[in-house]
Design a protein. Structure first.
Length: 155
């Protein structure tokens, strides 16, 4: 996915330019975009230098992989991103908001399980804390927002 930011409409407002750059970088990170095309324009080059200075700040630099200057059109920059592919699925991006209780199929011990913030079905493999039996927890959320956990032996 590629995002685009044209700075022509705000070329004379440094604060709005920095805000627009910060917003497009955050959007690229959220949407897991591979590239952002920034168009400072050809002009005198002062705007492009200002964009490069902003992108070179340490707190900004850590958010992207590299910058490429367009060899065909020196009024464009490309910001490239490398996203951690191990966090590619929604399931990996879920945050824990609550804990549920499940019962082991082997020893009937009760234990707690983390519940995600997204009310979508999930599946989690774990070991029973009491008897080390491999279990699989499957969770579903009903329309009222109540979680239902099913426990299965996972041999």
């Amino acid at each position: 996915m590629k995002l685009k930011l044209d700075l022509h409409p705000i070329f004379n407002d440094a604060e709005r330019i920095e805000t627009a750059l910060a917003e497009i970088i955050e959007k690229a990170l959220t949407m897991r975009a591979d590239e952002v095309e920034v168009i400072p324009g050809k002009g005198s080059g002062a705007l492009k230098k200002g964009v490069l200075r902003y992108l070179d700040k340490p707190q900004v630099r850590q958010k992207y992989h590299r910058i490429e200057k367009d060899s065909d059109n020196w009024g464009r920059l490309f910001i490239h991103f490398k996203h951690d592919r191990s966090q590619n699925s929604k399931a990996d991006q879920r945050q824990v908001i609550a804990r549920g209780t499940a019962t082991c199929m082997c020893c009937s011990a009760n234990f707690s399980c983390e519940l995600p913030d997204i009310p979508e079905p999930f599946r989690r493999d774990l070991l029973c804390p009491a008897c080390d039996t491999p279990l699989q927890i499957r969770g579903t959320c009903d329309r009222a927002g109540k979680w239902h956990l099913d426990v299965y032996l996972n041999y």
